[in-house]
Each structure stands twice: as structure tokens, then as C-alpha cells.
Design a protein around this ligand. Sequence first.
Ligand SMILES: [Zn+2]
Ligand SMILES: [Zn+2]
Length: 131
Amino acid sequence: MDKKLKCPTCDDAELALTRLEGAKVWRCKICDGSWLGDKELAYLRMVKYKRYDPKEIVKVKLLREWKMTDGSMPPERLCPVCGELMARSHYEDIPAILQDRCAKGHGIWLNRGDLERIQINERAKEDKWWN
Ligand SMILES: [Zn+2]
Ligand SMILES: [Zn+2]
């Protein structure tokens, strides 16, 4: 993933390689979505959410309880690497967190804020917030 990658959400926006807690993450400056590999996601889940902020935890708790009722889904997305349609699922069955994943393993697309929510979710699991 060293060439230029286009954002799967925005027309003609390029993804910029950034580092998040040491992991390589491609970010779009326009929609603030993230593109990353399985290894990076696993790592970021492991380091969890370092800045412990109860307000953020409450937000994620609400997200977990929130049900997608209006059925509004963003359009399906194409992999920035191979251009094929990605498979969509809810991260750990959390209705509000969508992940688009390339079937060939090129990476995972997460919408604005969702990467952080995933980390908060890991922290919250560890601290038994959901029990
Ligand atoms: Zn974008
Ligand atoms: Zn792909």
C-alpha cells in the first residue's frame, strides 16, 4: 500500500498515510475516514484507548444500544487498492459501526470516529463496562 490511494467515500480525494499510536493508518482529510490493514486494526485494538474519558465511554455505550431504524446506509464502497466491491458488516454487531472490508485482504474502511470507538469499546470491555 505505498502508492497513492483514493478515498472510497469522497470523489477524487487522496488518502494520506498517518501514524496512530505507531500503526500505519491511511486517512482522508475530507471525510476523516480510515483505511487500514487487519494487523493494524488488531494492534490498535490491543493498545485500546489510552486516554480514559468516561464521557467517551458513555457515548459508545449509547452507540451500542442504538438501533439502526431508518435503514439508511451509506453507498457501498470499492476497495482503494483493487477497486472491487467491499463486504460490509457491523463491527462486533454494534449497529452504528460499519466496516467495509476487501475480500482480498487489502484492508478495512472505517468511517469518521469509528476507529476511536473501536478502541474505546476494547477499553470498556476490559474495564467491564458492558457487564
Ligand atoms: Zn473521504
Ligand atoms: Zn482490495
